[in-house]
Design a protein around this ligand. Structure first.
Ligand code: ADP
Length: 300
């Protein structure tokens, strides 16, 4: 049974369709990325999952049921809008958040201190929230979402506002939680970070699904059409091959763009037959390239 099942969900605000017929499932031990530019419909999708917004159409199942108060203890949620009690001390605010998820005060405080240590914030435990930088406050809020040891984490833009060091720190923690068998769903407009972290992705644009599936399969499918070949021999014939979109041919080196990445194998066979190949290189397409190709837009 998937931990989360979203079926044909849509949501409009007045006449504007924010999310249009989105479906996906999320299993344990998976990091799932909802990707898309600002305004794509990521937060609206997440808010529907958290039952903050009610879908106009479609169904959402969490742990095989509709969202209810008990389920909230099995889920950790980082909302897009950040906000902690500014005048409370960091350790107190986390203890309070833990208690909201049924932890005892002592247990909550102990867990809070452990996580603060892990996120390099132990020295700030007794400071008031509003004396911390925005990035630090965000880390505190991330701790608040996972203090109660949820099996499903739903994080809306967890990396926005974090510097590269802290982005890496949070990324490592997510990978650890995933390896413990938890499911993590996160939204982000940062394609490069998603690329390093997610097992599966859902790309949306203007509320519509652009692509969905396992990241490695998608990258294979959209494998780069650009190839670099080092060779000995006369490569002039390559220009005439039907699968070539563009060929820059030099004495012992060529840069090729194929019409379709799927033609790579056939291309390699032909040139291996006629030339002495020294090296052959093709790079994976980045998520950004895939997005541009599929959505026909530059990603913000
Ligand atoms: P993302 O999280 O991908 O940046 P959102 O889900 O926040 O996108 O927004 C999707 C679209 O829905 C945007 O055009 C946004 O302006 C609109 N929208 C989101 N929430 C509301 C709301 N409460 N009222 C009206 N429009 C909204």
């Amino acid at each position: 049974m998937p931990l989360l099942k979203v079926e044909h969900v849509s949501k409009s605000f007045n006449d504007h369709i924010a999310v249009d017929d989105i479906s996906f499932t999320l299993d344990a031990g998976v990091v799932y990325g909802i990707l898309g530019p600002n305004g794509a419909g990521k937060s609206t999708t997440i808010r529907m999952i958290m039952n903050i917004l009610v879908p106009d159409k479609g169904r959402i199942n969490l742990f095989g049921a509709s969202m209810n108060e008990d389920l909230k203890n099995r889920i950790g949620y980082l909302p897009e809008e950040r906000g902690l009690y500014p005048k409370m001390k960091v350790a107190d605010v986390l203890t309070f958040l833990g208690e909201l998820h049924n932890l005892t005060p002592a247990d909550a405080r102990q867990r809070a201190m452990r996580w603060l240590e892990r996120l390099d914030l132990a020295g700030h435990a007794h400071q008031k929230v509003d004396t911390l930088s925005k990035g630090m406050q965000q880390k505190v809020q991330i701790i608040g979402s996972l203090l109660h040891d949820p099996s499903l984490l739903i994080l809306d833009e967890p990396f926005s506002g974090l510097d590269p060091v802290n982005t890496n720190l949070i990324k490592d923690i997510m990978l650890e939680l995933k390896n413990e068998g938890r499911a993590i769903m996160l939204s982000t407009h940062m394609m490069e970070t998603a690329e390093k972290l997610c097992d599966r992705i859902l790309m949306i644009n203007h509320g519509h699904l652009v692509l969905e599936g396992p990241l490695d399969k998608l990258q294979q499918r959209y494998g780069s059409q650009s190839l670099q070949v080092e060779y000995n021999g006369d490569a002039a014939f390559v220009r005439e091959l039907p699968m070539i979109q563009k060929a820059d041919i030099y004495a012992n080196y060529m840069e090729i763009r194929l019409k379709d990445a799927a033609m790579r194998k056939e291309f390699l066979k032909i040139i291996a037959d006629k030339l002495d190949i020294i090296s052959f290189k093709s790079q994976k397409s980045s998520l950004n390239e895939i997005f541009i190709r599929e959505a026909g837009e530059t990603h913000a």
